[in-house]
Ligand binder design. Structure first.
Ligand SMILES: Cc1ncc(COP(=O)(O)O)c(C=O)c1O
Length: 532
């Protein structure tokens, strides 16, 4: 605990000891009710110059017609916004190169530091548990692919709440659905029917081609539901002897933090000190068809294999072409259920509504778990999809959740699915993802200062990552790159050591991706300049 506290404090000081408040833009609340067209966000009005913390604020919010500079992180970018939203032509500010040789670049005058951010961090540190180590940026507004901190600095959000905000922050249609349903009926429990759940279940089944859907709230509850279904199916349908069912998981998996989820984890930080762990789970190597085959041949009591089509938390690990199809064929051959954890990969993130589609019909899972973007970031909504045969193993009282299937979540999720389709966000994901990977690859080969830090670029759709050179400290370089990216106006977070995940909302525009690439270039340069 002590080391965690000190590492949090050290990380806090990375930002806290250096001011990076500079004249910035800020969206007044009224501008957040924008409308979106042609894949971009437009805001109704300009921010008025205002005073904050003793200095004049001269920026403007993104606007269709604005020609004023936009401040992203520490860098002022762009001079114009057009019908495609943020249109950056150049990075024209941001003293990223003016480093003082410390771990993080000093930006601006420390006297200008906005205390609100420090206060927000301090109060969390005082009253919260120590289970997270966030980047020290305190966000207060968001729209589309952009977020603003309490100091009014704008950023491109290249994490999108771990792929929950695929439809973009505060999508006006989601806000409207949420507000309208919140004022009508929010929660009934499943003791009664509600008029919103049925239409959502129907939409889920027709969209994804499954017989039935079971609503829950968080992604991990979806995973728990899938495992319970598989075990019950194993006993009732496959004929596995009582309490002998085994569920296989791929090494490197991440599906949440409950006792069952951490019992399947190979990550010591997840399970150490939380024993005794849940029995009946085994791990096999990811992306290894032979290992799955051997495990299935060795044990007739395997009920299911649960796997992410692309491993997210493990560092955006993409299996070999055809892996999921081979897994599907093997599972069918051995009468084992294939559970696809699509909580992160689903709903357009990889360019498909389901990432398994990439591998064709053989990869179709028996059970699909969806979450995160199913509500577009509004509230926790997850769902499990399966056939009549699998879902039929449940009877009243066997499984459920007070909030699962609530009319508020159901109304929002229906609109969230509609947005993905109507705005063709799968196609956007493919195009913007390719642009991002091409740009990163070009940058890694460019010879510009810091570009050689990039050792690998990978991804599918807008689920991407780049790897940076290991400096001997677990994640040390990646953390510093992310801090410098924040200074340059792009928010991202390291995952697993030296891997930096890039997963912006699927509404991110071409210009915003270009802006982000420019910011990453600057952040890499700053990282080598400040390296000790
Ligand atoms: C693949 C995958 N499954 C499940 C989960 C758990 O979702 P939640 O945090 O909503 O419980 C996550 C969360 O990151 C995930 O990435």
């Amino acid at each position: 605990m002590l080391s965690l506290r000190s590492s949090m404090l050290r990380r806090f000081s990375l930002f806290g000891s250096n001011s990076w408040s500079i004249p910035h833009s800020h969206p007044p609340a009224s501008t957040l009710m924008g409308v979106r067209a042609h894949g971009s966000w437009h805001h109704g009005r300009h921010a008025r110059p205002r005073s904050s913390g003793g200095f004049a604020v001269t920026g403007s919010v993104p606007s269709m017609t604005s020609s004023a500079p936009i401040t992203l992180g520490a860098a002022t970018v762009g001079r114009g916004l057009n019908a495609k939203g943020l249109h950056s032509t150049a990075i024209c500010g941001g003293p990223l190169a003016d480093n003082d040789g410390s771990d993080v670049i000093a930006v601006g005058d420390s006297k200008r530091r906005n205390d609100r951010a420090a206060e927000a961090i301090a109060v969390e540190a005082r009253y919260g548990a120590f289970n997270y180590a966030p980047l020290p940026v305190v966000l207060s507004h968001g729209i589309g692919a952009m977020v603003w901190d309490v100091q009014g600095t704008a950023y491109l959000d290249f994490l999108a709440a771990y792929s929950a905000v695929n439809q973009g922050h505060c999508h006006p249609r989601l806000v409207a659905a949420m507000a309208s349903q919140a004022a009508t009926l929010t929660l009934t429990s499943r003791a009664f029917y509600n008029n919103r759940l049925g239409p959502l279940l129907e939409r889920l089944c027709t969209t994804f081609g499954y017989d039935r859907a079971l609503p829950m709230n968080t992604g991990v509850e979806g995973g728990e539901t899938a495992v319970k279904l598989a075990r019950r199916w194993g006993y009732q349908v496959k004929g596995i002897p009582d309490n002998a069912a085994r569920v296989l998981f791929a090494r490197g998996n991440f599906w949440g933090r409950t006792i069952a989820a951490v019992s399947t984890s190979g990550d010591e930080g997840s399970f150490r000190g939380f024993g005794p762990l849940v029995p009946g789970f085994s791990q096999i190597p990811y992306n290894d068809v032979g290992a799955l085959q051997a495990a299935l041949e060795a044990d007739p009591n395997v009920a299911a294999f649960m796997v992410e089509p692309i491993q997210g938390e493990a560092g955006v690990i993409i299996p070999d072409e055809g892996y999921m199809a081979a897994v599907g064929r093997l599972c069918r051959k051995h009468r084992v259920l294939l559970i696809a954890d699509e909580v992160q990969t689903g709903l357009g993130r990889t360019g498909y509504m389901l990432a398994t589609e990439h591998d064709g019909p053989d990869a179709r899972a028996d059970i699909v778990v969806l979450g995160k973007a199913l509500s577009g970031g509004m509230l926790p909504v997850s769902a499990v999809l399966a056939s009549d045969e699998v879902m039929g193993v449940l009877s009243p009282g066997d499984h459920g959740s007070t909030y699962g299937g609530n009319p508020l979540g159901a109304a929002v999720a229906g609109v969230a699915l509609d947005i993905l389709e109507k705005e063709e966000l799968c196609a956007s994901s493919v195009a913007r993802g390719q642009q991002l990977r091409d740009g990163l690859t070009k940058l890694s080969q460019s010879g510009t200062r810091g570009s050689n830090l990039i050792t690998a670029v990978r991804g599918r759709g807008l689920m991407n990552a780049f790897q940076v050179k290991d400096d001997g400290r677990e994640g040390g370089t990646a953390w510093r790159v992310c801090v410098n990216m924040a200074h340059a106006g792009v928010l991202a977070k390291p995952t697993h050591g030296n891997i930096i995940r890039l997963s912006p909302p699927l509404v991110v525009t071409e210009e915003q991706v270009d802006t982000a690439l420019e910011s990453i270039k600057r952040a890499l340069r700053a990282t080598v300049q400040t390296k000790k």
